[in-house]
Design a protein around this ligand. Structure first.
Ligand code: S3P
Length: 167
């Protein structure tokens, strides 16, 4: 395949950001973290945006960031936030600009990775209750991706190697 960009999607705690850094290093591409791009553009942290402006505002900022970072660009590995796939417009931008890879993990693995993380407002400080509920709601949300990789029990390095092999 001759991908212009690689876009990593998946639920919180599936390792998108870590794997994106490794892929970027291996290919000599730039890594873009969508949440960081939103925080820079909005001059506020994700929890501040959720608390101050609300989720719909955050979602619009997320779409703006996707357009800014992906449209007409190449040689980037973009790690998206877990909810970036919810809007049809966002899925179209991703599919139109690169190889979209969905990372998955077991609920136990996700819980281990996100527990006690104050930077994930959707978990409302109670990951044990929120993660299974949100996972159920988003059961099919990542199905549109070109590729799907289960990260449970695997190292980020082996996942990065697998994705690099498909580019
Ligand atoms: C969100 C996931 C977060 C961040 C925001 C909302 C979601 O990103 O974008 O808190 O809706 O799943 P990570 O997947 O990097 O935690």
């Amino acid at each position: 395949m001759n991908a212009r960009n690689i876009v990593l999607v998946g639920f919180m705690g599936t390792g998108k950001s870590t794997v994106a850094s490794l892929i970027a290093e291996r290919l000599g591409w730039s890594k873009v973290d969508l949440d960081t791009s939103i925080e820079t553009a909005e001059r506020a942290t994700i929890p501040q945006l959720f608390a101050g402006q609300g989720e719909p505002y955050f979602r619009q900022a997320e779409t703006n960031a996707l357009i800014r970072e992906l449209e007409g660009r190449e040689g980037q590995v973009v790690a998206t936030g877990g909810g970036a796939v919810l809007a049809e417009q966002n899925r179209a931008i991703m599919l139109g600009n690169g190889l979209v890879v969905a990372l998955t993990a077991s609920v136990e693995t996700i819980l281990e990775r996100v527990q006690n993380d104050p930077n994930r407002p959707l978990l409302k400080g109670n990951a044990a209750a929120s993660v299974p509920e949100l996972l159920e709601k988003r059961k099919t949300a990542y199905d549109f991706a070109h590729l799907r990789i289960d990260t449970t029990g695997r190292t980020p390095e082996s996942i990065a190697d697998e994705i690099v092999g498909k580019v």
